[in-house]
Design a protein around this ligand. Structure first.
Ligand code: ATP
Ligand code: MG
Length: 321
């Protein structure tokens, strides 16, 4: 918060940063609150050509804006308790997730084709609209579609099935098709503005987060660039989740590897990139008929285990025995 209580979202919101300083910072490559917050006063002063005392003041302001300070464990507890959950439509799956999909967190759904990643994304963009007492957040969703697999017909069917008026449910989902990785990154850059204008947005989906990056930066020789871009993109999404108390869901297709005899036969292609980013990773697997298996991967605060759920005409549900 700045002194007038307005939420600081970018460098230009800092009281110590006027237009001329802003230009100098950006020219020197310090274009975000984070970049300034972690800079040393000397470096910043020299690079941007501003007095040392000004650099010190701006860095202090940026750190306060990002809430970079020691917190007590009690404060951490209060923050975590405020975390809200969105129901998936399956009690079993909600149970596995400790109540549902969390706000302030990025959740990765990964699994092979047809494992239900996109269906779950559709379901959650409907369920987030439910009132609190029904497992929603009374909110809206943003759906960033990189593969062209979004279907309004599914939104219509899923909303009817839970008693939401389909047209208003569709009206509460902002949709954008991302045509390439640069476009995908630019959409997320611009999201802050949309979310500031419409604070009802409580869920941001990127389905799939990896496909453009894989197609545009194939092979080992491009791995470093790909990781670098993807990491930036993912961290930006994590920051959105934390800043606006919303849930972020990303999907990541992994291929089944039938040639593997032991260990996990589905290996995330480039999936290790996502390991470095904080969040919850949920693996989805196909099972018999409409059944799917979900498993949480390395989440320190959630119990290990698997659950079965189903994808039906009406959406994501508990599996029948
Ligand atoms: P990919 O990696 O290819 O994107 P995915 O994990 O996103 O795959 P989904 O598209 O979510 O997979 O799942 C597709 C499956 O969902 C279908 O194979 C089908 O079993 C189920 N499904 C899709 N639409 C319906 C429907 N209208 N009624 C019942 N089940 C459906
Ligand atoms: Mg899909």
């Amino acid at each position: 918060m700045s002194s007038d209580g307005k939420k600081v979202k970018s460098l230009s919101d800092l009281p110590g940063v006027g237009q001329s300083i802003l230009n100098k910072l950006i020219e020197a490559g310090y274009s975000s609150l984070e970049a300034v917050a972690v800079a040393s006063p000397q470096d910043l002063s020299v690079a941007a050509g501003i007095p040392l005392t000004t650099a010190q003041r701006i860095i202090k302001e940026a750190r306060e804006a990002l809430d970079i300070r020691f917190k007590t464990a009690l404060e951490v507890k209060k923050e975590r308790i405020n975390t809200k959950k969105i129901t998936t439509g399956s009690q079993a799956l909600d149970g596995l997730l400790g109540g549902g999909i969390e706000t302030r967190t990025m959740t990765e759904l990964f699994g092979e084709f047809g494992s239900g990643k996109t269906q779950l994304c559709h379901q959650l963009s409907v369920n987030v609209q439910l009132p609190l007492e029904k497992g929603g957040l009374g909110g809206k969703a943003v759906y960033i579609d990189t593969e062209g697999t979004f279907r309004w017909e599914r939104i219509e069917a899923m909303s009817k099935a839970i008693g939401l008026e389909p047209d208003s449910a569709m009206n509460n989902i902002y949709y954008m098709r991302a045509i390439n990785s640069d476009h995908q990154m630019a959409i997320v850059d611009d999201l802050q503005e949309l979310i500031s204008k419409d604070p009802a947005i409580k869920l941001v989906i990127v389905d799939s987060v990896t496909s453009h990056f894989r197609a545009e930066f194939p092979g080992r020789e491009n791995l470093a660039v790909r990781q670098q871009k993807l990491n930036k993109h993912l961290h930006q999404l994590v920051r959105l989740a934390e800043m606006y108390d919303l849930a972020v869901i990303i999907t990541n297709q992994v291929m089944a590897r039938p040639d593997m005899f032991y260990g996990d036969p589905t290996v995330a292609v480039g999936g290790h990139t996502l390991y470095h980013v904080p969040g919850i990773r949920v693996q989805l697997k196909k099972s018999r008929g409409n059944k799917r298996i979900a498993r949480i991967v390395d989440a320190p605060h959630l119990p290990e285990g698997e659950v079965v759920f189903a994808i039906t005409e009406e959406g994501v549900r508990d599996a029948e025995e």
